[in-house]
Write a new protein. Structure first.
Length: 186
């Protein structure tokens, strides 16, 4: 995205990978009335695995959270953004999986939404930019479906019990496992 920022027709572009910004999208749109949001949505099971693994590896002091708690946070972020689906030119949803599988097609869609010209250099990572930080590694297809080997059946069941309907609405296939009663989901 660094070449996009440098060549942008707008005064500046900012991006963030924190879900707190999408949670506060209503406020941010009031604060920045010309803002555009590209909301990256990822399978909540892969999201949970990624966050949990990173916390265990790099940040042992992070608060522990359950799969169900992570699913509720994911749902809050996704639903906050979805309220803006009918705001043409202001909000765009992009699935992580689409970016990984079809990067050129997905980035063309993003750049068109942002009214920016296509530039193949969007795939170059600025060694000094925020995308170079370890938590923002490249997007790979191997990151898709990692939950299948990294989460317990109970964790998957808890996530799907909390957000299964929303997952299906967004095109995610549910694993064929027994649901967890709400009181056991955490």
């Amino acid at each position: 995205m660094a070449p996009v920022r440098r060549r942008s027709t707008a005064r500046s572009r900012r991006w963030s990978t924190t879900s707190s910004h999408i949670i506060n999208i209503d406020y941010l749109f009031r604060l920045f009335p010309k803002a555009q949001f590209v909301h990256m949505i990822r399978d909540p099971r892969d999201t949970y695995r990624s966050i949990r693994d990173r916390a265990q590896k790099d940040r042992p002091n992070w608060a522990q959270f359950t799969a169900a708690e992570a699913a509720r946070d994911w749902r809050a972020a996704v639903e906050a953004g979805m309220r803006w689906r009918q705001a043409p030119g202001r909000y765009l949803e992009v699935r992580y999986e689409d970016l990984a599988r079809e990067p050129a097609r997905t980035m063309r869609r993003v750049l068109e939404f942002l009214n920016e010209p296509w530039d193949a250099r969007v795939f170059a990572i600025d060694a000094n930019g925020p995308a170079a930080a370890p938590q923002h590694g490249p997007v790979f297809t191997t990151s898709i479906g990692r939950w299948r080997t990294g989460l317990s059946e109970m964790e998957v069941a808890a996530i799907q019990s909390v957000v299964g309907e929303l997952m299906v609405e967004l095109g995610y296939e549910l694993a064929a496992i027994a649901p967890v009663p709400a009181e056991q989901a955490g």
